[in-house]
Design a protein around this ligand. Sequence first.
Ligand code: HEM
Length: 469
Amino acid sequence: MALTEEDLSVVLENGIDPENPGKYADLLEDLQGNILRGHGRDHSVHLFLEFHADKVDSAKEWVENFAKNYIKSAQQQFDESARYRKEGVNGGLFANFFLSKDGYKYFGVKPFKMPKDEPFRFGMKNEAVKNLLGDPPVEEWETGYQQTLHALIIMADDDVVDLLQGVNQMTQDLRTVATIVHREDGFILRNSEGQIIEHFGFVDGISQPLFLKRDIVRSRVNNCNFSQWDPRAPLSIVVEKDRNGQKEDSYGSYLVYRKLEQNVKGWNENVASLAKELKVEPEFVGASTMGRFKDGTPLTMADVPSHAVTPTNNFNFDEDTKAMKCPFHAHIRKTNPRGDTGRVESAPNAEQALETELGHRIARRGISYGDNDINHEPETGSGLLFLCFQATIENQFNFIQSAWANQPKFVQVDVGPDPVISPPGSQNWTKEWGKEATENRPFKLWMKVKGGEYFFAPSISCLANMTSL
Ligand code: HEM
């Protein structure tokens, strides 16, 4: 029997267990990997494709073969990790395949069979979408992103030589059906402790919605049985039924892809000068923008870094409702207010507000690009390939960016925009916050959008049967 709405919206005590999947077996077999948990490989290559205009049939066959030979399902990803833990056998090359709205159109999919999310159907270059997010004009994007992007392939591996060989092979293979209009190479950046960081030097990937048993069990141990924050999430925030799937439980997920350049030198200098002006430690200024110290310690819990090997995610802002410790504008407070929206006057009630907040969560799967020497301070050419999965772009990524991060009026007072990701000039930014405050922003924005697109991760059975579309 097909999964019901209830099966998707329930939060299971221990999440879904791929070792014993029960009614979720078909979903896990047909859903692409990397959605319910990150693929975890250290290196990845992103190939953006435009299929040749007169080659629709061959392109369909090509996608079928790719789906059968390369794409890994959620179940396969789990089985391979289990095998690695037991026998030390590495899962090797990992691959995903995504289609944009233009990709669906290219393959002749009728509107009623296309993924229904509105921003997906508009695409990221759409004027209204750009205004909502506060993105720069398309002419200022990297040229690759200005092109029509039909599809995105992600290939990932721990062994960079194997990966590049695989990518070379793929590049040859693709020639007859598509042009690779753009390519990005990503890698996991680590600090001297071996923790995963982003280019500004902060530990990243700590807070994620969790769906699978192993992730939940491990996190529960590190996070005091979720006494202050429960990261468990229902499938309904990350999957949508795939209208072109061939199975009863064929599901897909929306992928938001954005290339975000980080000016590390600018960031560091701004942190240092503000620290001098305010007569505080630079690490405190950094923490006030991000909401966590570089080592991941939440600012709301401590005045100094705790140097925990595994930074905690077990906290909320209940004891910090006036933001005396962690500012309302801090990146993690803007992008996951952990109950703050229940404290505004117009809120229905705290419980309901938290429930709504939880529905906005995204599964972040980003990876760094550019300079991989953490001792350098690149001004250009380095940053984050931001990727996140969700069930609706409108209510999740777009909502977080436009209604929370970019809004100067957030939760209580005139807190200003998110200093890490909110561009000046985005909707209502200058208007509501005032020109002077905008120009005198004590912390400038050191992140620049270089381009991006919305994609859908079709079910594997859809891709493996493209010729019958
Ligand atoms: C270059 C750009 C970005 C940088 C440097 C950055 C950095 C970080 C860091 C260091 C964390 C804390 C680690 C963690 O809690 O896992 C974090 C958390 C987070 N970020 Fe970003 N981020 C960037 C872009 C974005 C964007 C564009 C969004 C979405 C609009 C976003 C959404 C989030 C969310 C939802 C969290 C988790 C918050 C929580 O649950 O506490 N980030 N980010």
